[in-house]
Design a protein around this ligand. Structure first.
Ligand SMILES: [Cu+2]
Length: 183
């Protein structure tokens, strides 16, 4: 430490200040810049890979609000990219035997369509899993018993917008709804 200080001081006296401080600092910082640029590039590459895999598929988990006929507060809306592959999971955390649920995703956000599908589901009955044959249905999970987890994979609409989803188990469709936002 002492000797390097001495060397530096000596250089200063010899009017070689630039050579002592400047030049070596310059080398060090250009090495650091180089390393930073390389790590930036690595970060950019991994960001790109992440973006691509986001585009490829997205995991969505929905849950009912305990034993209430409702989605929980984190399950009333989710956002996906247009055209993304959506792996949607419904975790039926209810414990009451009557609390069966599903998730039926519609190609519309209109009350009229939601009501039509909800009513048709009741008519379609248990054999259909309460999923009627309706052109407005984009995707639907099977019916989940209390404690059961069900899943459906579908492609998000290519058109950005807001799409309704609902549980079509008997008596649930008017109150157990949410919206899928496609960006
Ligand atoms: Cu339900």
């Amino acid at each position: 430490m002492k000797s390097s200080r001495f060397l530096c001081l000596f250089s200063l006296l010899a009017l070689l200040f630039a050579a002592c401080g400047g030049a070596s600092d310059g080398d060090a910082s250009s090495d650091a810049d180089h390393a930073a640029a390389e790590s930036d590039m690595t970060a950019a590459e991994s960001d790109m890979a992440a973006a691509e895999s986001d585009m490829a598929s997205v995991e969505i988990v929905l849950r009912p609000d305990g034993d209430n006929i409702a989605f929980d507060e984190n399950s009333t809306s989710f956002t996906v990219q247009a055209g993304a592959t959506v792996n949607l999971t419904l975790e039926n955390v209810a414990t009451l035997a009557v609390m069966l649920h599903n998730v039926v995703i519609l190609s519309s956000n209109e009350d009229e369509v939601a009501n039509r599908v909800g009513m048709a589901a009741i008519a379609a009955g248990e054999a259909s899993g309460f999923v009627p044959d309706d052109a407005a249905i984009l995707a639907a999970t099977p019916l989940a018993q209390p404690g059961e987890t069900v899943q459906v994979t579908f492609e998000a609409p290519s058109e950005p917008g807001t799409y309704r989803y609902l549980c079509t188990y008997i008596g649930h469709h008017t109150v157990m709804q949410g919206t899928m936002v496609v960006t």
